[in-house]
Design a protein around this ligand. Structure first.
Ligand code: SAH
Ligand code: SF4
Ligand code: F3S
Length: 468
């Protein structure tokens, strides 16, 4: 086991081309073997899984959706809430069973769960059948670990590293929309959150590397990029850059659509708002987690803003960015949340009338400050609060969808709908999901779509013409 390097080494320059070398050294050794990949968690993990696919496919593995015929299973895990961990542990049980009947069945555990010391301990003690555990900071080592002697458990987790690996390859899920990491890690330490412990300190990619990646994607025919980071708008603080400048440079590549997630209210500057408003190819959509509408709870969460500051920012965005859609994340049942605190959250939801919201019940994460806070609220009360909040949130997202009923809006068509093969699906500029009746030829294009029906979570529309 690699012991965490506690002193954060400045080895960024050295690590630039590590991945490329690995690619050159390990090609096509597992020819024809099959791999099964399951991804849990946020966009960061979805994008990391595109890197995992590139690693294992370069080694010769072929993708299968049927775990029973797989030789390799990779679980890219999430640790954000307890139920995310429970799901992975349940799945591991199934893998153990399959491995009993198939000695040539290897299990790789990747993602945020592997960055939790108690999980590593548990794997070493109780789940010896797991073959490889790899961390979020050294994912690029997966080919090397797969190549190593296969019949002993390999655990390689570098939990403290400020490396930014360049030259990464991704076997992307889509040909039209792409994730682009602009920074890694998080320095905010919200008291409930595990991410700063699983993803390490904030570290930004160089501006020119990001712009080059976007230019390459554009040249390959991609229509949309989403700039990715836990706090995307904290970009550049470690390298003397600014997110507003990066955003402007990316917009100037003239790729059709630019998005970014997730923004922290504390880091959102007027300059950023101005850049979003100025460029037509930066989509009028901002995900701006509120977490709570109570100043008391916001303080205990270490969110660094008050509800008044959040609302002032929210209003400025609405005033300056035409037709902007703003969505949010909210946690209910944070330790010590009173009825009054919860009502403050409901009031903020009413005031902001969010276009959409992801809502969660607080989940205690060992090692975070909130895990040590007194929490007397019964789960039943927390569930009632969530129910009440969801009713309100759904009301406003429905209202927001109704606003574009019978209107013609631009939609980037991404493919055939999973639920109905006679329909296509895509997203509006404001990130609303639309199921579209139209010809398959428009897949990959931005099309004008007339919205025929508006529901709480999606829209139905008809293709009109390819947008100019
Ligand atoms: N970096 C982003 C998102 C992080 S995780 C941000 O700061 O906004 C996505 C969401 O999960 C968070 O916004 C929060 O609402 C929720 N979340 C994080 N930790 C949680 C916990 N311990 N319990 C419940 N929800 C949590
Ligand atoms: Fe977690 Fe807060 Fe960082 Fe978001 S900003 S990843 S919620 S610590
Ligand atoms: Fe989960 Fe890690 Fe993302 S904990 S939400 S996969 S950063």
């Amino acid at each position: 086991m690699h012991l965490p390097d506690l002193e954060i080494a400045k080895k960024r320059e050295k690590s630039e081309n590590k991945y490329v070398n690995l690619q050159e050294n390990y090609q096509k050794v597992f020819n024809g073997k099959k791999y099964f990949l399951r991804t849990y968690g946020c966009q960061m993990n979805v994008h990391d899984s595109e890197a995992i696919r590139s690693y294992v496919e370069t080694l010769g593995f072929i993708k299968t959706e049927n775990i029973e015929e797989a030789n390799l299973v990779v679980l890219n895990t999430c640790a954000i809430r307890e139920n995310a961990k429970d799901k992975v542990m349940g799945f591991l049980g199934k893998c153990q069973y399959l491995k009993k009947n198939n000695p040539d069945f290897k299990i790789v555990l990747a993602g945020c769960m592997t960055e939790q010391p108690d999980v590593i301990e548990e794997i070493m003690q109780k789940h010896k059948y797991v073959d490889i555990v790899i961390g979020t900071h050294n994912l690029y080592e997966l080919p090397k670990l797969l190549m190593q002697e296969y019949n002993k458990q390999v655990i390689e987790v570098y939990s403290q590293s400020d490396e930014v690996i360049e030259g990464m390859h991704f076997n992307r899920d889509s040909q039209y929309t792409a994730w682009v990491n602009i920074m890694y890690g998080c320095d905010k330490f919200c008291t409930y959150c595990i991410v700063p412990y699983t993803r390490g300190r904030e570290r930004s990619r160089k501006l020119e590397d990001v712009v080059k990646e976007v230019e390459d994607l554009k040249a390959k025919g991609y229509k949309e990029v989403t700039l990715l980071g836990q706090n995307v708008n904290a970009y550049g603080r470690d390298i003397g850059e600014k997110f507003s400048h990066l955003l402007e440079c990316v917009a100037k590549t003239k790729i059709e659509r630019v998005r970014f997630v997730t923004s922290h209210p504390w880091n959102f500057t007027d300059e950023m708002i101005d850049v979003v408003a100025k460029y037509d190819n930066i989509m009028p959509y901002i995900h701006l987690p509120l977490q709570s509408g109570s100043n008391n709870i916001l303080k205990r969460m270490n969110r660094r803003y008050t509800k008044e500051e959040y609302y002032a920012l929210f209003k400025k965005m609405k005033e300056k960015i035409p037709n902007v859609a703003i969505t949010t994340d909210i946690i209910v049942g944070f330790p010590g949340e009173s009825d009054e605190d919860f009502n403050d959250t409901l009031e903020m939801v009413k005031k902001c009338a969010f276009d959409g919201a992801y809502t969660f019940i607080f989940s205690k994460r060992e090692g975070t400050p909130a895990a040590r806070m007194e929490d007397k609220t019964p789960m039943k009360v927390k569930e009632e609060r969530l129910y009440k909040l969801n009713e309100l949130v759904n009301y406003y997202s429905n209202q927001s969808n109704q606003k574009i009923l019978n209107k013609v809006v631009p939609v980037l068509i991404l493919g055939v709908s999973e639920k109905d093969e006679n329909k296509l699906y895509g997203y509006t500029d404001t990130m609303k999901l639309v199921n579209v009746v139209g010809p398959k030829e428009i897949i990959g294009q931005i099309a004008d779509v007339k919205i025929m029906e508006a529901k709480s979570f999606s829209l139905d529309g008809e293709y009109v013409k390819v947008a100019c």
